[in-house]
Design a protein. Sequence first.
Length: 418
Amino acid sequence: MPAFQAPKGTRDLLPPTSTRARELVAVFAGLAEQAGFGQVVPPMFEDLGVFLRLGEATDVVTKEMYDFETKGGDRVALRPELTASIVRGFVEHRPTTPWKVWATGSCFRYERAQKGRYRQFDQVDVEVLGTADPEVDIEVIALGWRFYGALGLRQVSLELNTLGDPGDRPRYLDALRAHFGAHLDALSEQSRITLEKNPLRVLDSKRPEDAELVAAAPAIADFVSDDARSAFARVQAGLDALGVPFTVAPRLVRGLDYYTRTTFEFRGVGLGASQDAVGGGGRYDGLTEDLGGPPTPGIGFALGVDRTLLACDAEGVFGAPTGGVAAFVVDVVDGSHATVLCDQLRRAGIGADRAYDGRSMKAQMKKADGSGAAVALIVGDQEVGDGTVVVKDLRTGEQEAVTRDDVVAHVRKLVSES
Ligand code: AMP
């Protein structure tokens, strides 16, 4: 065992997994920018206060924050999510609305690490600030749905709920208090504590002993204002019109406190129950004000990159890229010809690699075969004398000596045929 390993809950992404993760983000970026979203790159740490606004009853705030005091005495935290940072940036810069942005990057939560649940994980995220139009809810949810589809995922489910408006909340919270309060003995100890702080969050309990009581809890749909109800109906009709399938989940509340109205979660059907949430989001019409800005409606989602890749594994889609370089240079003279030829090929836009350390012809050809390259370029003493290079098509085995001047054009032709 080496003296040091990646810290618990973190992983090294090595090739080709790292390439796959990057391509996933590229697919997301493509879809988001095609829909008019621009990228925002917030800092990875913020004043702790920014994240405390996520709510005192959330695990993210109470148990999972990577917070510390800097050498200058500031209390900061590594971001546990992107939304709060983005909204803080909105308040700071006051861009024109509607502000449609996307973001990606690592988030940090001191979680109990297991497969699919890490202490450092990546998210892709969109946020729209400055409009309460339910058409935006539809656009945002459909963007998430199309993203999973673009990866080839077919077994993602979408659950949808409305949390109503802040004014609807007190009556519903009272009903929850009454419901759970009448069965305190049957509730887990953790949920009894949560009940005191925020009864809504008890619905989020995944503890088996709470399952029956949660399922029997009053549904928020019976408590929401007419306005919120008709907005929710419009969102559902809009998703229907786009052919985005969903189920209404009357007890879906999600982990963070700031959500209002539309709330949703994407699940990877092929994943285990404890980490089947591949993404989720919703409206947060109060968060901007909480962070010191003007009243501004907002909606967004965050999708877990790591978990989405696990969902892809479970469905056997969006595999690791096979690619690699197009050409491999075998130099059995002294290695310097490989350096020059690789440089020429790369400058011409042709991916090229080579071997090092003066390996034998046989060893270098084996490397060439393993590299995935379509073409091998071979340079020995005779070729140096003739001013040529042997270009070998690795698929057909055919080979031909080509002058140094013609080699790039010749390789390009072979590569484009492959
Ligand atoms: P949340 O910000 O909690 O709504 O999370 C949004 C998405 O991020 C989830 O649906 C997961 O896919 C992913 N996610 C959240 N926490 C973790 C974690 N600890 N490890 C891996 N992915 C996570």
